[in-house]
Design a protein around this ligand. Structure first.
Ligand SMILES: [Ca+2]
Ligand SMILES: [Ca+2]
Length: 195
């Protein structure tokens, strides 16, 4: 085999090259909606496409591109927080979120109805696309717990707080300078938090 042919085969078949190119392609219906290093965005006209993070980051002033794959926006402040309404039939509620743009904050409001209940905010995501931080905040927006990897799994972060006083609390998700999709599940229970 000639050296030229070896080089061509090596480049063409590398399993370690995640670059799928800059052309948009449709997002999946479920998480993860896009491959690593791509983010799902809504285009004017209404379809949702995966774009490379580099393209999205460079498109801040482009009116044709919105970070609106996250239908929960705006939720960047405790005043505009996404409401968590845990159904009576269940102790938990899940949301699909997107950190986009990089400075995005996603804040969720939940209530502890009875002193002594325990709360969990669990984020599942692909940490390889960029780390996320999940926190529980008190009623004034002060962080009272930061999520940590669960069972050494960096893609599953949990912020647990047992025996909280009755009142309003918030969950907050933010990135560390990158865009990412995630799923967040809130648990409010009078019993023990599930393992
Ligand atoms: Ca968001
Ligand atoms: Ca937000």
């Amino acid at each position: 085999m000639s050296p030229l042919l070896v080089a061509a085969v090596t480049v063409g078949c590398s399993p370690f090259d995640p670059d799928l190119g800059p052309q948009p392609f449709f997002c999946a219906d479920r998480e993860p909606r896009c491959p690593d290093d791509y983010v799902c965005v809504e285009r004017v006209g209404g379809d949702n496409v995966c774009l490379s993070q580099g393209v999205v980051a460079d498109a801040g002033g482009d009116a044709n591109l919105q970070c609106s794959g996250d239908t929960l926006e705006p939720n960047d402040t405790i005043e505009t927080a996404t409401m968590v309404g845990i159904p009576a039939s269940s102790d938990s509620q899940m949301f699909d979120g997107v950190v986009c743009p990089k400075e995005d904050l996603d804040i969720y409001r939940l209530a502890v109805d009875v002193t002594g209940e325990s709360v969990r905010a669990e984020v599942n995501y692909d940490s390889a696309a960029g780390p996320l931080v999940v926190e529980l905040l008190n009623s004034t927006g002060i962080s009272i717990r930061t999520g940590t990897p669960t069972n050494n799994n960096p893609d599953k972060l949990r912020a647990d707080f047992a025996n909280l006083a009755e009142g309003v609390y918030y969950g907050r998700v933010k990135g560390m300078g990158s865009l990412n999709n995630y799923a967040i599940t809130f648990v409010v229970t009078s019993g023990a938090l599930p393992p």
